[in-house]
Design a protein around this ligand. Structure first.
Ligand SMILES: Nc1nc2c(c(=O)[nH]1)N[C@H]1C(S)=C(S)[C@@H](COP(=O)(O)O)O[C@H]1N2
Ligand SMILES: [Mo]
Length: 226
């Protein structure tokens, strides 16, 4: 059954989406943009093969869900002691953190000094108390997107669930009202329009990870493709 209210059911949107996926799968197969070098985050600011941009490109599957404040829910569950379901008010009532970090996108652009405000990942982790064996985190988004990260990347102090960017609420096209920010991995690991955070004992490759992107995605060692 196709859902007439689902923009992805629109044949034009669906065709664009399929073309984008096919292009990215081909890039992954051909190793596009790989430089074969590494950089050291302690010494360098720009990871290998990246170029600096001033604007902020929008990348997604062509469907930007409208997640109203009333509709927003964030479930945190899986292998945790205390599963949690937050509405937007409950999310905003948690302690707020600010972090400035650089964005590195696998399609080669980097953007410096993004000022994020939101809830630090460790606050959420402390609330749900993941089991020791839950070594992976899988993010699920309102557009059906998924992506997986090792728990230790999500535990880093620079990881957060952000609602603001550079002093304003995150725009819908960039994943508002709430998106994931994990600066230590390529930006495809930072789910926009996040709906659910699942802690898991087993790693489960997400949308792009199943389509040729690297499972881990560290920009400093150029883990672009898997
Ligand atoms: N929900 C969702 N999150 C997503 C995506 C997506 O299609 N859906 N695309 C990912 C990819 S491939 C990239 S490069 C970044 C782009 O984020 P931006 O549009 O804010 O630059 O979002 C990531 N998070
Ligand atoms: Mo991307």
């Amino acid at each position: 059954m196709t859902d007439p209210t689902d923009p992805a059911a629109d044949p034009t949107v669906a065709r664009k989406r399929e073309k984008l996926i096919a292009a990215k799968e081909a890039w992954a197969r051909s190793g596009r943009l790989l430089t074969g070098t590494t950089a050291d985050p302690a010494r360098d600011r720009l990871p290998p093969g990246q170029s600096l941009v001033q604007d902020w490109p929008v990348l997604d599957l062509g469907v930007q869900p409208e997640v109203t404040a009333a509709k927003f829910r964030l479930d945190i569950d899986g292998a945790v002691a205390h599963p949690l379901s937050l509405d937007l008010d409950a999310f905003m009532a948690l302690p707020q953190a600010e972090d400035v970090s650089d964005i590195h996108c696998v399609t080669q652009w980097s953007r410096y000094d993004n000022r994020w405000v939101g809830v630090a990942a460790h606050i959420l982790i402390d609330l749900v108390a993941p089991k020791d064996e839950a070594r992976f985190v899988i993010f699920h988004a309102y557009d059906g997107y998924t992506t997986n990260v090792p728990r230790d990347r999500f535990e880093r102090p620079d990881a957060l669930l952000a609602h603001s960017w550079n002093g304003a609420p995150i725009a819908r096209e960039h994943g508002g009202p709430v998106r994931v920010v994990i600066p230590s991995l390529y930006l495809w690991k930072s789910a926009k329009w996040v709906r659910r955070i699942e802690f898991s004992q087993v790693d489960r490759p997400g949308f792009w990870e199943q389509r040729g992107y690297h499972n881990h995605g560290d920009p400093w060692t150029e883990e672009r493709y898997g």
